[in-house]
Design a protein around this ligand. Structure first.
Ligand code: BTN
Length: 251
């Protein structure tokens, strides 16, 4: 660890390197036995994890951090929390740099047609129910350091020639927004119209023709909405409307 301090009600730890900040946070939550308010951040991860059991490429030059959000137990809707986290990331980036990013359902942060960051929300149950909101953002990774197989899929602030946000300010802005949005969700137990409207406005997926694979079946259709439940609404060519909660959509 190279730095730690307290901001608001959160203990913030900065590590040079971690295997996965989500895994570190989960260990801390199990050890703690009381509601834990913390952020664990690293500049590099050796075993970064993504959705659907995939690995998340996490070389130096990125910001990788996990926020623990104790829950009351009834609002454990991980798909919606993932979208809320995407909203926080997009808003914070815009506030600090003026750069407009989008949310590709359910968990990717896009700049143009490439992935600038990703979100992995996990639920820890046991004594205290806690969401671990893991966020990875590619900051100073150079274009030439992006592996060939990822060059058409991922990007970074530097690779796009964008001004790079300050790491600590980014963590602060994202975490404060998360607290605000999740508080509304926890206490009011409803999704405000303004919040879902903001998520829809930032959606990369609405209006795109996509493929969705469920078991052996592949559906093709248009993403027509993002729902308050966190689901993506897909309209098939015959007019059937499906709501998708899990898995992946591809173009
Ligand atoms: C994805 O692209 O599927 C989600 C990527 C989430 C990556 C972040 S980086 C911080 C935290 N620690 C991890 O191991 N994963 C998340």
């Amino acid at each position: 660890m190279y730095e730690s301090f307290t901001a608001g009600n959160r203990e913030i730890l900065f590590l040079e390197k971690s295997e996965s900040t989500n895994s570190d946070m989960k260990k801390r939550i199990y050890e703690e036995k009381a509601p834990l308010f913390a952020v664990i951040s690293a500049r590099e991860q050796s075993g970064g994890r993504g959705r659907l059991g995939r690995s998340f490429f996490s070389p130096g030059g990125g910001l990788y951090f996990s926020v623990s959000v104790p829950l009351t137990g009834k609002e454990n809707n991980i798909p919606f929390m993932t979208l809320l986290a995407g909203l926080c990331v997009s808003e914070a980036i815009y506030e600090l740099t003026g750069v407009r990013t989008q949310i590709k359902w359910p968990n990717d942060i896009y700049f143009g047609n490439k992935k600038l960051g990703g979100i992995l929300c996990e639920l820890v149950t046991g004594g205290c129910v806690t969401a671990v909101v893991g966020i990875g953002i590619n900051l100073t990774l150079k274009k030439e350091d992006i592996p060939t197989e990822l060059i058409n899929i991922m990007t970074s602030f530097c690779a796009e020639g964008l001004s790079v946000p300050d790491e600590k300010m980014l963590i602060k802005s994202i975490t404060e927004r998360l607290d605000k949005y999740i508080y509304e969700y926890k206490e009011l137990y409803e999704v405000r119209e303004e919040t879902i409207t903001a998520i829809r406005r930032l959606s990369y997926s609405i209006g795109k023709n996509v493929k969705y694979k469920l078991g052996d079946t592949v559906y093709e259709g248009l993403i027509t909405n993002i729902m308050k439940t966190g689901a993506a609404q897909m309209t098939l060519p015959d007019g059937t409307v499906k709501e998708i909660f899990c898995g992946e959509i591809t173009q």
